[in-house]
Each structure stands twice: as structure tokens, then as C-alpha cells.
Design a binder for this molecule. Sequence first.
Ligand SMILES: *Cc1c(COP(=O)(O)O)cnc(C)c1O
Length: 365
Amino acid sequence: MLPYGRQSIDESDISAVVDVLRGDWLTQGPTVENFEHAVRDYVGARHAVAFSSGTAALHGAAWAAGLGPGKRVFTPSLTFMATVNAVRYVGAEPCLVDIDERSFNIDLALIPSNAEAVIPVHFAGLPVDLENSAWLSRPKVIIEDASHALGAHTQAGPVGNCAHSEMTCFSFHPVKPITTGEGGMVTTNDSELAERLRLFRSHGIVRKPELGAWYYEISDVGFNYRMTDIQAALGLSQISRLDTFVRRRNEIAREYRKAIDSLTSFQSPPEASAGALHGYHLFVIRTERRRELFDFLRKSGLGVQVHYIPAHHHPVSTGIEILPSGLETTDKVYSEIISIPVFPGMGDRDVQKVISLLREYDSQN
Ligand SMILES: *Cc1c(COP(=O)(O)O)cnc(C)c1O
């Protein structure tokens, strides 16, 4: 089975992890700090705070931003539920917003002018354009869910530099741009937010050595959301190959686009606008008879998937607020999408196999 996404692990990754296992630190230690610095420097932000998962990173960001009961937070419905759950974890209220068909990203122009907070998702690795967006007015808090988009760029530079946001969250799950097994990171340019993120990640502990070397205080209900040095070693080794990974993903996407252009049953996904770089975490094709194509590709050995069943379709979302403009585009796009394999370790033969299956299906339909 050729999966829709897969990690790329090489010998240098393995020896980096083994080195940590032979050392003194297993849980959060110097390697986590080194990995934070590497991500911070890669994206060009002032601070980076590592977490045990992308979900924990989103939870931390929502808390650090002071979101809570009585606050509405706008998110797309076409996302993984973790985006919406981060709002619920802190007791704030999610409000679901439709996507723009030209990008599959949240349609920022729909968000009301009095909005306090929004969590845009860089869907499939195509960055939301926060710089040229048609905001009615910029919400006070913008938290980017960049789980798909480490290595992608907007006109304002690498995703994660927080040029137009308070914080950006990344995931290092194995199918994401780089992996730590499980892991996440928040980047920010605000030192106060960075401090709050660190507090939240480790039980809310504040050390006060002036009152004794042992002394610490806890004034907030924090979590244990720490990353381990074992995971960070893998991340640190992986980030040195991130640009190569993104380049290969873009190469595969170009091959797919070229092939799909000559076929009638499918449409290629939205492209990056001038000056931006797509991360191609996913390559999402559209087709009118999704179920048939999905079954055909699965039977033919492709581990295709659908990203995502929109948040409002799940039973857990009963009663969730939806912006009055509705979710028509989300529902239409959802009914037509399939994610086909794209990951850096795909060889040319894998790519050609996918293309010939698409051709085969197209010629029969
Ligand atoms: C993967 C993902 C997350 C959650 O990340 P984990 O590291 O799996 O917890 C959040 N949002 C989106 C859009 C994702 O794709």
C-alpha cells in the first residue's frame, strides 16, 4: 500500500536519537532547547516553545492568548478536530467559518468585524494570506494552525515568523512536514506569550530561588505537555532536511498537475499565489464521483484518504455555532475531495504508478 503520507527517516535521524538515549537527559532537556532554537531560527520568530503534540501546542496557545469562557473563536470547519477542540479546552466557544474555494482555506472576509480571535489553518500546506486578506478588521488574537505548513512561505516570509499573528502552532506527527513521532511547537515574537506557553507546558511552575533553591510556586492549572529530548533529537535531525522535503513535495505536485491537466475526471488543488511557497503536506484532488474513485484507488493499492470530514459533521459538534453565512463551500468541496500520496520518500516510480491509476480511471469514465 502506498500511503497518502509517510515519514522519511534516515541513518542520521537514528543515530541522533541513539546519542540521546546514551546520555543523561531523556525528558525535556538541552536537546529540546536546541530544537526550539532550530525551529525559531528556521521560521524567523523570536521564540519557539516545544510541546508534546500539535494538539497540546494549540491548547497552550489558546490559553496563553487568554481565550476562555465568553470568548468566541473563529475556525474553519474543514480541518482536523484538534483545531476546534483547542478552543473548547479553554472554555471558549468555537464558531465555524466557510472556506474560500480558491484556496480551501478559511474565508477571512466572512469573519465579523468585532471578532476577538481566529485560528486560520494553512490547509494542505497552502498558507493563508494574512497580509492581503480582506479582513473587515483584524481580530485581536490570531493563532495560526500551521500543522501542515512548516517549510511553506507567504510573501511575508516563512510560515511561523508571526508577521501577522500572535502565535503559530506546528505538529510533528509522522505525516507532517517533519516528525518527532509525536510533538508540536508554538512560535511567537512576544516574550510574555512565550513565558506563558512555558508555564502552561510544565504544571504552571514558577521557580523562586530567592526564597530557597527548592522553592517554586504554582498559580495556574498547567499540564505536563513537555517534549522529550529523544523526540527533539529526531526533530533537530529532520529539520536539516526540511527544505529538501518541501522541494520533493513540490516536484511531485508538479508531476501530478501536469498529468491531471490532460484528464477530465479530476481537478488539481488550489495553487500558491505569486511570492508564496506551498508546503504540499497534502495533494487534494477534486472529483464529482468521489466514492467510486476512492474505492478504485484503495483497491489498486493506494492509501488515499479524505481530509477532512468537516468539524460540523461530527456528533461531538451538535449545537456548535456556525457563522450565518453557512458552510456551503465546505460541504461542496468536502463531497469531492481525495488526498492522493505525496511524501518526500516517494520515488519517481511511485509517482508514475499514481498517475497511471488516475489515467486508467479517467479512461473508463
Ligand atoms: C495534525 C493536526 C493537528 C494536531 O496535531 P497532533 O500533533 O497530531 O496533535 C492539528 N491541526 C491540524 C490541522 C492537523 O493536521
